[in-house]
Design a protein around this ligand. Structure first.
Ligand code: GUN
Length: 299
């Protein structure tokens, strides 16, 4: 079988277009302009790229977009102070702190300091609780699994009754909420991880296979059932000596997912590429969540 390549970039562009039009309508009807604040601590290059992209897309959507860059030596107290300030700012409807944070800062404490009605990442306990108790309509759902779920629904349909889904990875940001979403859509869900015995065999049981392990091209065709839908959440930068050297004399790099695309595509019915699959959907869902937060604030 030669798999369909799922075009997350085009799907995300359609969502962003719809968000843009809805934001314009909200402004017209209520005078409310959606506002997104992103906070980054330190200079992790990947985080800088993600945060820049989030802030830029927010502007494209017609939102107020503010980026707060804090030094790597920022104290936890200073960051919590910034969050309190943004929680109280009525022009900000969505607030996120880019992870990971430097070691001196307790991530759980920071996430919990964000007001639940501005927690557009959906990482705080209130939103996690809403998702896991089935109150999905009230929850802000974490953006990466929410985006992945749209791609799955596009291909498989809204009701996953009778389908088996395997999520490889158990992070709070992707693996666990992804499993909750699949479960809410009636799939039979397994969460697999680094300690799972015979991972390829477990994965070969999946009609829907979601890879969120953070290991470049680990999921080969050997992990894929014939006709499965494979969703690659990984974003890994690896050396690409075939592209030559960059200015600093090191090999150039390229992005790959957790799935070995060509090998998986020999078995799957549909696969998301990297780049251009789940990545753009994450940002689109952040915009959708921020718009929802603004609508709620406008009453
Ligand atoms: N780090 C990696 N992914 C994410 C995300 O979706 N949100 C935040 N805040 N940090 C991240």
């Amino acid at each position: 079988m030669t798999a369909q390549t799922i075009d997350g970039k085009a799907r995300a562009a359609r969502i962003i277009d719809a968000v843009k039009r809805a934001a314009e309508a909200l402004r017209h009807e209520t005078g409310t302009e959606p506002g997104l604040a992103v906070v980054i601590v330190g200079e992790d290059p990947a985080s800088q790229v993600y945060v820049g992209s989030k802030a830029r897309t927010a502007k494209e959507c017609g939102f107020k977009s503010v980026k707060h860059v804090l030094g790597a030596d920022t104290t936890e107290a200073a960051l919590l102070g910034k969050i309190r300030e943004l929680n109280a700012d009525p022009t900000i409807h969505g607030l996120l702190v880019q992870l990971p944070l430097p070691g001196q800062i307790d991530e759980a404490k920071v996430i919990e300091a964000i007001a639940p009605d501005k927690d557009v990442d959906g990482f705080g306990l209130t939103n996690v609780g809403r998702l896991s108790t089935g109150a999905i309509d009230e929850a802000f759902v974490p953006c990466t699994p929410a985006g992945a779920m749209i791609l799955i629904r596009d291909v498989v349909g809204d009701d996953l009754s009778g389908k088996t889904a395997v999520v490889v990875g158990r992070s709070n940001i992707v693996g666990k909420p992804m499993a909750q979403l699949l479960l809410a859509a009636n799939a039979t869900v397994t969460i697999a991880h680094s300690r799972t015995k015979d991972l390829p065999a477990v994965c070969r049981g999946a009609d829907i296979l979601v890879a969120a392990v953070g290991r470049p091209e680990m999921i080969t065709g050997d992990y894929v059932k014939d006709g499965a839908v494979v969703i690659d959440v990984g974003i890994n930068r690896i050396a690409a000596p075939e592209k030559g050297l960059s200015d600093d004399g090191k090999p150039k790099t390229r992005l790959v997912g957790d799935v070995a695309f060509a090998s998986a595509a020999e078995k799957a019915a549909a696969v998301t590429p990297v780049p251009g699959g789940v990545g753009p959907m994450t940002i689109a869902m952040l915009m959708a969540n921020t718009l929802t937060a603004a609508y709620r604030a406008a009453g």
